[in-house]
Design a protein around this ligand. Structure first.
Ligand SMILES: [Zn+2]
Length: 357
């Protein structure tokens, strides 16, 4: 990966962006893309758009969507002793919380905290197997009491796990929030790769870093309405099945480093799928296929149903340990996804129809 791109991925991973509080990540996104696009736009929900006008004014208009929001937590209640009680923003497994370091994002800046847990010596043997409910877990920020805690913390402050991007062996990396900051990353990288080319695509490209996906695909709903695309591709993370305990019979066979996952099924326009496969072949990009019989629960679900309907595709990066603070993926798959999507965009022409025959 190009060093500048890697630094961008690192900055995006480090920026806090729980759903509804995405602007630190959006700022990183906008600053990066501004050099490669014709126009940068924003909207009232907090979505960020980079626009590349093709040869003339299209059609078709293509929308790429990667959501920059990550799962996290929110301060609900501060007790007399200054401990913070919290709920989750998006789906987080309460089993993995005790003993973790977290960052409370306050008006006065980031504040370190830990999710406390009574020591094993003091837990009755019969309770050791039990999971403590999230509403009974608490964050210790080191405050003496409620008054001191309230000097910095306000109800509704967002909280993230601590930890940005680190390298593992080979081309594998770990971070919190790769779901779906890598979607935003790929959108930005595709804009860059197209923006740096001499020949413009024969379509208008909107690259959107969407918000509030984890809360019900909310940013993609409004941004698709705004753009009115002919073609929409969601860029997401997908469950890898190459580690213990994940059942290939249930999720399909998807490996890290074997290329992006291209979905097929009712949420996907068959001609968009075929064009993605054609682009994969032409650009010699390895891809894996996911059978998706229902709405995919990604931005692709709402993009497809926007206005009169949009020809939709879904490209996912294989990811291990989704929605934990230690999501793992292969950088090779990010590069491959960019290559595939650039190839796809250059296949689009004004004459193309996506009405299934
Ligand atoms: Zn996601």
């Amino acid at each position: 990966m190009r060093p500048d791109s890697f630094e961008f991925l690192k900055a995006l991973s480090a920026a806090p962006s729980p759903s509804g509080y995405e602007q630190p990540a959006q700022k990183v996104f906008r600053e990066y893309i501004q050099n490669f696009v014709d126009e940068v736009q924003t909207d009232v929900l907090g979505n960020s758009y980079g626009v590349i006008r093709g040869q003339g004014e299209g059609p078709p208009t293509v929308m790429l969507a990667g959501h920059c929001d990550e799962v996290g937590f929110m301060v609900q209640y501060i007790d007399e002793n200054g401990f913070l009680y919290f709920s989750s923003i998006g789906g987080v497994d309460e089993q993995l919380l005790p003993g973790k370091r977290v960052c409370v994002h306050t008006q006065k800046g980031p504040l370190m905290g830990v999710i406390g847990r009574k020591p094993i010596h003091l837990i009755d043997p019969k309770d050791r197997e039990k999971v403590v409910k999230m509403h009974n877990q608490f964050i210790d920020i080191g405050a003496q009491n409620k008054k001191e805690a309230k000097k910095s913390v306000r109800i509704g402050d967002p909280i993230t796990f601590v930890g940005g991007l680190d390298k593992l062996m080979g081309d594998r990396v770990v971070s919190r929030g790769f779901d779906d900051k890598v979607g935003s990353f790929i959108v930005a990288e595709v804009l860059r790769r197209i923006g740096e080319k001499k020949n413009r695509p024969r379509c208008i490209v909107y690259g959107v870093s969407t918000v509030q996906e984890e809360l019900g695909l909310r940013g993609a709903t409004t941004s698709a309405y705004q753009i009115q695309p002919d073609v929409g591709i969601a860029i997401e993370v997908g469950h890898a099945s190459d580690y213990p305990e994940v059942d290939k019979k249930r999720v399909g066979e998807h490996k890290l480093g074997a290329g992006p996952i291209v979905a097929r099924g009712a949420n996907i326009n068959p001609l968009v799928y075929e064009l993605l496969m054609k682009a994969a072949k032409k650009t010699k990009t390895p891809v894996q296929v996911l059978g998706a019989p229902r709405a995919t629960g990604t931005d692709a679900s709402v993009i497809q149903l926007s206005r009169k309907g949009v020809a939709t595709g879904l490209v996912s990066i294989p990811l291990r340990y989704m929605h934990t603070p230690t999501e793992v993926l292969s950088l090779k798959d990010l590069e491959a996804a960019c290559q595939l999507l650039v190839g796809f965009i250059y296949e689009l022409t004004e004459k193309m129809s996506f009405i299934p025959a």
